[in-house]
Design a protein around this ligand. Structure first.
Ligand code: ZN
Length: 185
């Protein structure tokens, strides 16, 4: 089940105005899982021992997507992708778990233009569209994973002023803390 692929013939998909919709657990996206795990691991380093579960067990999350194909009157083929992602990462400031939601949408023009004319195509379609190469086996799952990874904040932190994690006894004091006091006075 986790190896289920979502391969489409993207030109045909667009030409027929097809729609593909699914709700996938995070485990479908191994690279995304790895990234989120690394954010948890940084947080774990400061957590008391015993609180550390196996990394996979805490990867809660869901990726909902809707992919729509479209062929316009000019014969141009488009894909429209809507993503709703909810997952749990770790705040990189206070190191507590933090839910994160992403609502994203993307528009792709399917183009078989070769490299030399690609610049022209890009200039014509503007910033609202990305290009997708014509493919009879376009992997929708990979595309989604790429887009989510790019949209994910590198160092997610709470919007509110959460308290930075306090040092545990035995740790060396931050040498810059003293400097901070000097600057203030
Ligand atoms: Zn926080």
């Amino acid at each position: 089940m986790t190896n289920q692929t979502f391969l489409i013939d993207n030109l045909a998909f667009a030409a027929r105005g097809e729609r593909l919709e699914a709700s996938l657990p995070l485990s479908f996206f191994p690279r995304l899982c790895e990234l989120i795990e690394s954010q948890h691991l940084e947080a774990d380093a400061n957590n008391p021992p015993g609180d550390v579960a196996s990394p996979n067990s805490k990867l809660e999350g869901l990726v909902n997507f809707v992919l729509n194909g479209e062929k316009n009157v000019l014969g141009q083929c488009y894909l429209h992708l809507v993503l709703n992602v909810s997952l749990v990462t770790s705040c990189q400031r206070c190191l507590s778990k933090m839910p994160l939601s992403l609502a994203l949408d993307f528009h792709y023009l399917i183009s078989d233009a070769d490299d030399s004319s690609l610049d022209d195509v890009e200039a014509t379609i503007g910033d609202d569209f990305d290009l997708q190469e014509v493919s009879q086996e376009m992997d929708v799952k990979l595309l989604i994973e790429d887009e989510v990874i790019m949209a994910l904040p590198i160092a997610p932190v709470h919007n509110n002023d959460c308290a930075a994690v306090t040092m545990q006894s035995g740790e060396k004091p931050n040498p810059f803390a003293a400097l901070k006091g000097l600057i203030k006075s």
